[in-house]
Design a protein around this ligand. Structure first.
Ligand SMILES: [Zn+2]
Length: 350
């Protein structure tokens, strides 16, 4: 089952997490300037993880017009699925959550680097919009778990989703809202997306949301949806770090085998969750041959449209791909302890 996400602001007096039966939380293992990471002692956190996630959160804040000094200190609790479900009051749903209490955000998650909840952590200290906007943004900016954003949107259902108070009641809200916000960003830019977020009060009526949409963006929601109908949307990728140089017409990255070389993630008894992000600069638009001997390699455009994204994985072997000029993120995964590293190569096709 695909992990579900939820954002809750749990009042401490109401939370099961505050009773005497509350689950034991793991200790904080690493503290950065913005983000701390708590995990059981038999879990190793790769040293590059916290600096990477902090840079990522600051970059997300920048995209949303939130100054760095307004970010809320965040502790990421990596817990098991049952604990996450309990702390997040998920009921039957396996969820993660970001809990904002007293100037501190606690993320409870069973995924080691859940970027959906880190988006909530980034926006927590600002005026928080209705679930439609907050969940849409968190889904749109989560570049860790790909979600297919091409929903069919029924007008009446859409108004229900806009007015939704609890995202757990209608899980469609994540994909539908992210799809709409993707197109807002494409047509009007990220700055307009941030303006829209600040223009909508929570809770909102569908009519008030639609009025704010039109006043902020200069087109109505229905007009925009009619124009983009049938076109896909995708999550926006936030690229961190400088490009790896090309050598003699070829660009190469290698998969991690452990925490070395800037790899991020955790080593845990139930299996490593370690990946490396390398940035490739494509100087000219063209057809490129990409070779990978392994599954689990993902290529995503840092700024260009969705059509260049392969968030669902590149094919094994050598294949040609059309790429527009610009930067891309290449994600490779560790196959586990003792497993060999592999190279991924890119060159201009002949
Ligand atoms: Zn959420």
């Amino acid at each position: 089952m695909r992990p579900l996400y939820c954002h809750l602001s749990i009042a401490c007096t109401l939370s099961v997490g505050c009773t005497e039966q509350s689950p034991q939380l793991p200790p904080v293992q690493v503290s950065g300037t913005l983000l701390s990471y708590a995990a059981d002692e038999d879990i190793e956190i790769c040293p590059a993880t916290i600096p990477y996630l902090e840079q990522w959160m600051i970059a997300i804040a920048d995209k949303l017009g939130i100054p760095e000094h307004e970010l809320t200190p965040t502790t990421y609790y990596l817990v098991d699925q049952a604990t996450s479900q309990e702390l997040c009051e998920g009921g039957d749903l396996s969820i993660h959550c970001a809990d904002h209490v007293d100037g501190q955000v606690n993320v409870y998650a069973y995924h080691p680097m859940n970027r959906h909840e880190l988006v909530h952590a980034v926006t927590a200290g600002t005026k928080v919009g209705p679930p439609f906007l907050e969940e849409g943004l968190a889904t749109l900016l989560d570049d860790g778990v790909p979600v297919d954003l091409m929903p069919s949107i029924d007008a009446e259902d859409l108004d229900d989703l806009i007015e939704l108070q609890d995202p757990r009641d209608q899980l469609d809200v994540y994909g539908v809202a992210a799809y709409i916000l993707y197109w807002v960003a494409q047509r009007h830019g990220l700055e307009a997306l941030a303006q829209l977020r600040f223009a909508v009060e929570a809770p909102t009526s569908a009519a008030a949301f639609r009025a704010a949409f039109e006043a902020t963006l200069g087109e109505s929601l229905d007009e925009m949806l009619a124009e983009v109908e049938g076109q896909p949307g995708c999550q926006l990728v936030t690229c961190i770090g400088e490009p790896t140089p090309w050598v003699d017409g070829q660009w190469t990255t290698y998969s991690p085998t452990g925490c070395e070389g800037g790899a991020i993630g955790v080593r845990q008894p139930e299996g490593d969750h370690i990946l490396r992000h390398a940035i490739v600069e494509i100087a000219e638009t063209g057809i490129y041959e990409i070779s990978t001997p392994s599954h689990g390699v993902f290529l995503d455009a840092c700024e260009q449209p969705c059509s260049f994204n392969h968030s669902f994985g590149l094919s094994v072997g050598s294949h040609d791909y059309p790429l527009a000029a610009g930067r891309y993120r290449v994600e490779t995964w560790s196959a586990g302890p003792g497993q060999p590293t592999y190279d991924v190569q890119i060159r201009l096709a002949e």
